[in-house]
Design a protein around this ligand. Structure first.
Ligand code: FEO
Ligand code: CA
Ligand code: CA
Ligand code: CA
Length: 600
């Protein structure tokens, strides 16, 4: 349409100034409202939220804590389904007088378990605009809670592996629950993929596993020296399986991408083992040139890797039974990035490429395909369960915490958020991860060979190196730095229909609230970063999703008021209820007051 996309990538809004307000602040001309809060009824028979009298039975029917990935399935023009991840819990903000998982009443531990997982909720348009609200009456046939205890099954080549067998599941085929669901994705057959990220924190007893298993625990960040890491939620007090000394393999049953069918509340979620096991941030699907399914995935840890799965068979529109097997057979790859110019050290802060551009070439190295391993000394099932170790062995490129990855619907390139890496030294900075003590993160752009998601080689560049634009180590794709918004710690990304990149931040190291930013990727405004909204004090911005009609943008406001020392008797945020209300992680929606497209 005329005028859209031809000026500033169609983006015309005035940026929101950095702030520390306990409010969701949107750009001028826009409005926002809260769609669904922690504790709101999800199942029709759920009780109303009662902060001081919460129970596990109530929580299992109510919206969970710390909403993260958000995705939307339209049901006609004015109704839709939201899937929302519930990444983790802040017990110190959920319960008065909470001290430690070691000693709190078991009911509180159970509430925490029920507040994990994900939710499906029906929403409806409010009036004519881009505002949406929770459906609170009637049957709500799709509404569902998935928790740390929901029955699930394994699928794909590691199913039935000796590494997945436990006393409760001697066949290695079924598992209860999903944990630390961070980013996600959707499939062309309208299901959700949800990534299990920091699942390592839920177990105790790592010192009690057989010695041969300990290096694998260590590689995945699980302590093998202390019996009970401090801050552990002590799920083992409710279910013994979380004690590794008694059930050493239970941990191998977490760390997967889980597929959930939001249109069938009775369906059993599936852990897709062909996609490997690591700290899954997200799982973005797209089709290759020959219509196979590619899944891009980040492993969010310092010096971890970027992965891609490509299915063996093609996607066939409408052939559901066939399509639903596609993620079980295919090849898992890991990325190697090579710079194209000698890098010169700058002031002990990192490296600047001699040709002025952070860019180069790369390749996808196969790790495993079905029962065939490409990694010396590891079986296919070992590669799938201990994927990080397989990627170490092939010399994959160690990145600055790979977070969300998405494909641009206009130019076909792949964009990854690398959120930060406090541990990188000048000595191991490279052109793809150019900064030492990388506090502010950067954005990576991958152009697959032939614009084919099935390619095994690519070119790459960094269009954005984040931070205060006055910091000489920042780079805004060459755009005038006096015109851009400061941005720090990119985490979740999405696109509008014009191919502008929308970036949500987590942990703004510039000292202000997190927020949502937009950046054109083509034309003279490439690199013109502008802040669209800020989230309340202590929160991070997750989810971001622009609806297909471009009229609404959803954001998950995760952990408002999560500040050191904050408690329910001394809350750092009262969002969203205001007054003396406790902070409640919530999904919000923003829209243009005159019904224009998001970004206008
Ligand atoms: Fe859960 Fe990597 O953010
Ligand atoms: Ca270069
Ligand atoms: Ca994230
Ligand atoms: Ca995050």
């Amino acid at each position: 349409t005329l005028g859209w996309g031809h000026q500033k990538g169609g983006l015309r809004f005035t940026p929101v100034a950095p702030n520390s307000a306990d409010a969701l602040t949107v750009a001028d001309g826009y409005a926002s409202s809260v769609v669904v809060r922690w504790g709101d009824p999800v199942l029709p028979d759920a009780p109303a939220f009662d902060f001081d009298h919460q129970t596990a039975a109530a929580q299992a029917k109510q919206f969970g804590y710390n909403c993260d990935y958000v995705t939307f399935f339209p049901l006609g023009r004015d109704r839709g389904l939201l899937w929302v991840n519930h990444e983790y819990t802040d017990e110190n903000l959920m319960f008065r007088g909470w001290t430690s998982g070691d000693t709190v009443p078991l009911e509180q531990v159970k509430i925490g378990m029920a507040a994990h997982g994900g939710s499906v909720v029906e929403i409806e348009r409010a009036g004519w605009s881009g505002e949406w609200k929770l459906v609170t009456r009637g049957r709500r046939r799709y509404n569902r809670r998935v928790t740390a205890q929901t029955p699930m099954r394994f699928s794909g080549p590691a199913t039935g592996s000796a590494l997945l067998k436990t006393a409760a599941d001697p066949r290695g085929t079924t598992v209860f629950g999903t944990l630390n669901n961070c980013g996600g994705g959707t499939t062309p057959w309208n299901t959700v993929l949800t990534g299990e990220e920091n699942w390592n924190q839920y177990f105790v007893g790592g010192n009690g596993v057989p010695d041969a298993q300990k290096p694998y625990l260590t590689r995945y960040g699980i302590s093998t020296t202390t019996a009970i890491p401090s801050g552990n939620r002590r799920f083992d007090r409710v279910e013994e399986r979380f004690d590794l000394a008694k059930h050493p393999q239970e941990i191998n049953r977490f760390g997967w991408v889980v597929e959930v069918d939001p249109f069938d509340p009775d369906s059993t979620p599936i852990k897709r083992t062909a996609l490997g096991r690591f700290a899954h941030e997200a799982a973005t699907t797209t089709l290759t040139r020959d219509r196979r399914v590619a899944v891009y995935m980040g492993d969010d840890g310092r010096f971890e890797y970027i992965y891609k799965f490509v299915s063996k068979d093609r996607y066939i529109p409408g052939f559901d039974r066939h399509n639903r097997g596609l993620l079980d057979e295919g090849t898992l790859y890991v990325a190697i990035f090579t710079g194209d110019s000698p890098a010169t050290e700058i002031d002990g802060t990192g490296k600047l490429p001699a040709d002025g551009a952070f860019d180069g070439t790369g390749k996808w190295v196969p790790l495993v395909s079905g029962s065939r391993s490409f990694v010396d000394g590891m079986t296919a099932q070992e590669v799938l369960v201990y994927t990080r170790i397989a990627a170490d062995k092939v010399g994959a490129t160690k990145m600055d915490r790979p977070e969300d990855i998405e494909r641009n619907p206009v130019n076909g390139n792949i964009y990854a958020a690398l959120t930060n890496n406090s541990n990188r030294a000048v000595a191991n900075a490279d052109e793809a991860n150019p900064r030492a003590s990388n506090r502010h993160g950067h954005i990576l752009e991958i152009a697959e060979d032939g614009n084919d998601a099935g390619a095994t080689v690519f070119r790459w560049a960094l269009p954005l190196v984040c931070g205060d634009p006055n910091d000489p180590s920042t780079y805004f794709a060459g755009f005038d730095k006096t015109q851009v918004s400061p941005i720090s710690c990119p985490d979740n990304v999405t696109f509008d229909r014009e191919g502008n990149l929308w970036i949500a931040t987590d942990g703004n190291a510039l000292g202000k609230n997190d927020g949502l930013f937009a950046m054109p990727l083509s034309g003279p405004d490439r690199g013109h970063v502008r802040q669209f909204l800020t989230v309340p004090y202590g929160a991070e911005t997750c989810g971001p999703l622009i609806t297909p009609d471009q009229l609404s943008v959803f954001v998950a406001v995760q952990h408002p008021g999560e500040i050191t020392g904050a408690t329910p008797d001394n809350p750092a945020s009262h969002w969203p209820d205001g007054g003396t209300g406790q902070p409640r992680p919530s999904v919000a929606v923003a829209w243009h007051k005159q019904g224009k497209k998001i970004g206008s």
